[in-house]
Design a protein around this ligand. Structure first.
Ligand code: XIL
Length: 330
């Protein structure tokens, strides 16, 4: 097999989400990373609760290890994530009595967090997910725009989004700044994201791109993805596929298995062929594709009794049949 990163080297970097333990050439994961991937993202250790669990006390070791590994092996780093309602410490939102902080205090803390993190990795992290998952997920009528249960939203309304981008740009003017979300290919959500990005651009808020998380299914509609890419093209932003994984089951309701069957393999061959053909067709706006893991041995999608097998590399980090389907596209 031709290494993945070689296949796409003229088009876009191919990334993987990793743990600091993977960032080690002496391991199978480290080896697979340098062979197949040209970019890495911290699966968890650059999130707010990992970097600043306690106010003012930053923990850098895991994140530093990933960045060092990437630098010494000629890989890019995609940073994830600066502003999110999840995996963020309570002190960012609440006082000691559990009451929401004032806008002033919360804004100061957000600025401090973003400035400290982005400055530390200035020049090393080439792209940041500045704001993650701010839009409400399910609302076909489009009346509820933002995720209103987010403590960020409760304190600020949507204006924290604008502020986060401004702080990030100030800390590293050269980093590409992304808004990142899931389910973005469905009409009810893509329109909200479109309107958000349009509003930011109209107001001169520095945003460079939209991240489509890519937690899709083998049955995901090709048309929805293409329609979304066509729509976002009109915004004049880059698109990155930021968290690609395609579980073998058709939907979350499908009962699971722990064995990788022929049926699964066939489904995945079709799905990955379809997806990478789209990515190639839109390579003028797609500037990165990152898998949310390395190989089928470890993924956040696994549950007891149901393995997801969502990647192009198997549990031993070897290319799967779907991999060769992708290879044929080039
Ligand atoms: C997930 C990680 O993969 C898990 O290890 C962790 O327990 C929860 O978060 N959207 C995102 C990612 O933006 O940060 C999430 O990552 C997956 C969904």
């Amino acid at each position: 097999a031709i290494p993945l990163k070689e296949l796409f080297k003229d088009h876009f970097p191919i990334g993987a989400a990793i743990t600091p333990q993977h960032a080690d050439l002496g391991t199978n994961h480290g080896e697979a990373l340098v062979k197949h991937f040209s970019s890495v993202t911290a699966e968890n250790v650059m999130k707010p609760d990992a970097l600043q669990r306690e106010k003012g006390v930053f923990t850098w070791d895991g994140a530093d290890r990933i960045v060092q590994f990437a630098k010494s092996n000629n890989m890019k780093v995609r940073g994830h994530t600066l502003t999110w309602h999840s995996q963020s410490p309570d002190w960012m939102f609440y006082d000691q009595n559990g009451a929401l902080l004032s806008k002033e205090v919360a804004l100061d803390q957000l600025e401090e967090h973003i400035t400290t993190v982005v400055s530390r990795y200035k020049g090393d992290v080439y792209a940041w997910d500045v704001v993650n998952e701010a839009m409400f997920d399910w609302d076909p009528n489009g009346e509820i725009i933002y995720r209103e249960d987010s403590p960020w939203y409760k304190i600020f309304g949507p204006s924290y989004i604008d502020s986060a981008f401004v702080f990030a740009r100030r800390a590293d003017p050269d980093a590409k700044l992304f808004y990142n979300d899931y389910n973005s290919i469905f009409s009810w959500k893509r329109n909200k994201i479109y309107n958000l990005v349009k509003r930011l651009k109209d107001n001169n808020i520095p945003i460079d791109g939209v991240g489509l998380q890519g937690h899709w299914f083998v049955g995901t509609s090709e048309e929805e993805i293409r329609t979304t890419l066509d729509l976002f093209r009109g915004l004049g932003v880059e698109i990155q596929i930021t968290e690609l994984d395609i579980p073998v089951y058709m939907s979350n309701d499908e009962p699971g298995s722990t064995v990788y069957t022929e049926t699964f393999s066939t489904r995945q061959k079709q799905a990955y062929k379809m997806l990478f053909q789209i990515f190639l067709d839109y390579k003028d706006i797609i500037t990165g594709v990152t898998f949310w893991g390395i190989g089928d041995d470890a993924t956040w999608l696994d549950k007891p009794g149901r393995k997801a097998f969502p990647f192009l590399l198997d549990e031993n980090l070897q290319p799967k049949p779907a991999y060769f389907e992708v290879q044929k596209l080039l």
